[in-house]
Design a protein around this ligand. Sequence first.
Ligand code: DX5
Ligand code: ZN
Length: 227
Amino acid sequence: MAEIAVSVLDVEEENAVDYFYNIETAKIDFFHMDVMDGKFVERNNVELMKDYTLKIHNICMTPIDVHLMVENPRDYFDDFIDQGADRISFHIEACKDKEEVMSNIKYLVSNGVKASIAISPDTSIEMLYDFLPYIHMVLIMSVVPGKGGQKFIPGTDKKICELRKYCEDNDIDIDIEVDGGINNVTCRDAVSSGATILVAGNYILSSDNYSKAVSDLKEEYIEREGE
Ligand code: DX5
Ligand code: ZN
């Protein structure tokens, strides 16, 4: 059964705290903070996501999973490390070379945070191979980074399978987080392909029963596993 990370990207500011309380009781596994700098992606919500992270860190117990859609990711690490982030994903496309990727990984790990590399839909899995032994998770984008409510890109499950197979063949045990367009249909392919964490924003935020929406995603696996 996969773990569920709820994206807070589209949570309205005026009732954010109520939402965080309510969603936490829905037995989620992570809050997923989508940090955007207005350069790597169009939107800029850095200050809002820092505020949300502070609030969640102060009032909730659920681990925080930070997704940096920013240029120069290193410039953002300390803000989220200080707010108790459990794991931080930075985009490989935002790094100029392998040295920068490795230095980012080392910095996160040396600060007690699980290091994760995010890849956009057009980036191939091979780009990750050199780094897999040093990271805790790979975040595979199943939508183009930048906004919630998009459709799961067909064929992403093949990419998940390819990564999972490479990890198994090379005895590498990492989380594979799939992010974007996850609902009670797309969750099946993602999990059967090897995903261990699913990020869901719209599917949960738009539901009138958060617990049911979260267990819908989880129960798909119980059904499937029991098939
Ligand atoms: C997109 C973000 C995703 C997105 C998920 O750039 O990284 O986390 O907000 O939202 P849904 O589940 O609505 O696609
Ligand atoms: Zn995300």
